[in-house]
Design a binder for this molecule. Structure first.
Ligand SMILES: *Cc1c(COP(=O)(O)O)cnc(C)c1O
Length: 407
C-alpha cells in the first residue's frame, strides 16, 4: 500500500489532496493563525493567490460594501463593476477584450476555445491544434489536462481532448518542427510554476513571438500564477518586452476571492461573438468589487517597484543560504516573488521541517519548494523566513525532534 493510502480519512471530503493536518482560523497580512494557537509565516499565500496577504483592510472593505448591496445578477444584464475592471486590465496590458470566469483552468480553457474560434472565424477551420510545453501546468479540467499532458494527472481520465502537440519547454527548434498546417496557437507559461519555477529565457519568449508571427499562430500566455505583480511587473511577459495575443489570469486577480479572466487583442478575439461562450458566475459584482480593490493596490504608485526591491532582498539572502548549505539546497530560481529553492534533500520533507518551525511554503516539480510570500511582505518577515530556512538547513540531517525556539 502506498504511503498516501495509509492516511485514515474520517471526513467525507474526497481524499484527492495530501493535506497537512493543520487548520487556520484567521489571517493577518503575511501571518496565519492556526486553530491550535500557533502562528505561521505564510510563504504559500494560498498558492500565489493571497497577493495582498490575509484580511487586507482595503479588500475587506470592498467585499463588505459590495456584499451589502448586490452579489449576483448573471450576465443577462450589464455589470458596471465588470466593465470597470475590464477597462483597467485593458489599460495596463496588451489586450482589448476581457472575459471573466472563476478559476485558472476555466481561463486557460477559454484561451483554447478562443484560439480555435479565431481561426475558424477567419475561414481556417483546419487550424485547431495547439502546441504546449513539457512540464506545463494549465489546470485540472479534461481539456487543460490534455494540454499539459502530465502523465500523473491524466492517468485514468482518458480519452483526452484531441488537438495538443507537446515540445520541450525552451526549445524553439523543436517548436518550429512541430508546426503544421493544422496549428492554431502556442500556449506557454512565462514561468512554469507547478513545474518547478522554470523561468523562460526572455530570448525564448521573443523567439516564440517571432515564430507565431511568421506562421500566423496565436501566442497564448498562461499567466495564472505569474500575473498580477507576482514577478514584480503587473504581467510577467513585460520582462521580455513581448506581448501575447491572449492570456489567462486567475490566482492573484481576486486576492483570495475566486476570480479568473482571459484577455485578448481585438483581432485574436474576433470569433468570440454573442452566444459563443459563457459563465453563470463569471464577472459577478462581488468578484468584480474585490478584483477592482486588488488593482487599486497593485497599481498604486511605487507598489510594483517595492515588490521588486523586496524580491531582490529575499533572493540575495536565499543565494547566501544556498552558498552556505549546498548539501541541503542547490539553487535559487524564479522571478520577483515567484521564487523556488531547488532542494538537494527531498522537497516535501524540507517543506515539512520549515512548517514545524513556522514557515509555510509550497512544493513544486523538480524537487523545488516555492516561496510565494504575499506581495505586501515586510523586510522583517523576509528576515524571519530566511532565519527559519537557515536553521532548517543548519540542523539537517539531524531529525531528533529537538527544536530550538524560533525567536
Ligand atoms: C494554478 C494554475 C492553473 C489552474 O488554476 P485553477 O484555479 O486551479 O483552475 C492554471 N495554470 C497555471 C499556470 C496555474 O499556476
Amino acid at each position: 500500500m502506498a504511503e498516501s493510502e495509509t492516511v485514515s480519512v474520517t471526513d467525507p471530503l474526497m481524499p484527492t489532496y495530501a493535506r497537512a493536518d493543520l487548520a487556520f482560523e484567521r489571517g493577518e497580512g503575511a501571518y496565519l493563525y492556526a486553530t491550535d494557537g500557533r502562528r505561521y509565516l505564510d510563504f504559500a499565500a494560498g498558492i500565489a493567490v493571497n497577493a495582498l496577504g490575509h484580511a487586507h483592510p482595503h479588500l475587506v472593505a470592498a467585499l463588505n460594501a459590495q456584499a451589502a448591496k448586490l452579489w449576483h445578477v448573471s450576465n443577462l444584464f450589464r455589470i458596471p463593476e465588470a466593465v470597470r475592471l475590464a477597462e483597467r486590465l485593458v489599460a495596463h496590458s496588451f489586450a482589448d477584450r476581457v472575459f471573466f470566469c472563476n478559476s485558472g483552468a476555466e481561463a486557460v480553457e477559454g484561451l483554447i476555445k478562443l484560439a480555435r474560434k479565431h481561426h475558424h472565424h477567419a475561414g481556417r477551420p483546419e487550424r485547431y491544434r495547439i502546441i504546449t510545453c513539457s512540464g506545463a501546468f494549465h489546470g485540472r479540467t479534461l481539456t487543460t489536462l490534455s494540454a499539459a499532458q502530465n502523465p500523473k494527472h491524466v492517468e485514468g481520465f482518458g480519452p483526452l481532448t484531441e488537438g495538443f502537440d507537446q515540445v520541450a519547454f525552451g526549445n524553439l527548434n523543436e517548436l518550429r518542427a512541430a508546426i503544421t498546417g493544422e496549428t492554431a496557437a502556442v500556449l506557454v507559461e512565462p514561468v512554469q510554476g507547478e513545474g518547478g519555477i522554470r523561468v523562460a529565457d526572455p530570448d525564448y519568449l521573443r523567439g516564440l513571438r517571432a515564430v507565431c508571427d511568421e506562421y500566423g499562430l496565436l501566442l497564448l500566455f498562461d499567466e495564472v500564477q505569474t500575473g498580477l505583480g507576482r514577478t514584480g511587473r503587473l504581467f510577467a511577459y513585460e520582462w521580455a518586452g513581448v506581448a501575447p495575443d491572449a492570456m489567462a489570469l486567475a490566482k492573484g486577480l481576486g486576492g483570495g476571492f475566486p476570480l479568473g479572466a482571459f484577455l485578448a487583442t481585438e483581432s485574436a478575439a474576433a470569433g468570440m461573438t454573442a452566444g459563443t461562450h459563457g459563465s453563470t458566475f463569471g464577472g459577478n459584482p462581488l468578484a468584480m468589487a474585490v478584483g477592482n480593490a486588488v488593482l487599486d493596490v497593485l497599481l498604486a504608485d511605487g507598489f510594483l517597484e517595492d515588490v521588486q526591491a523586496k524580491a531582490q532582498d529575499l533572493r540575495g539572502k536565499l543565494e547566501r543560504i544556498v552558498a552556505r548549505y549546498p548539501a541541503v539546497v542547490g539553487e535559487v530560481r524564479g522571478l520577483g516573488l515567484l521564487l523556488g529553492l531547488r532542494c538537494v534533500v527531498p522537497n516535501t520533507t524540507f517543506a515539512a521541517r520549515l512548517r514545524e518551525r513556522g514557515l509555510l511554503v509550497v512544493p513544486a516539480g523538480e524537487n523545488v519548494v516555492r516561496l510565494l510570500p504575499p506581495l505586501v511582505i515586510g523586510a522583517a518577515e523576509i528576515d524571519k523566513a530566511c532565519d527559519i530556512i537557515t536553521r532548517v538547513c543548519a540542523d539537517w540531517p539531524r531529525e531528533d525532534g529537538a527544536q530550538e525556539a524560533t525567536a
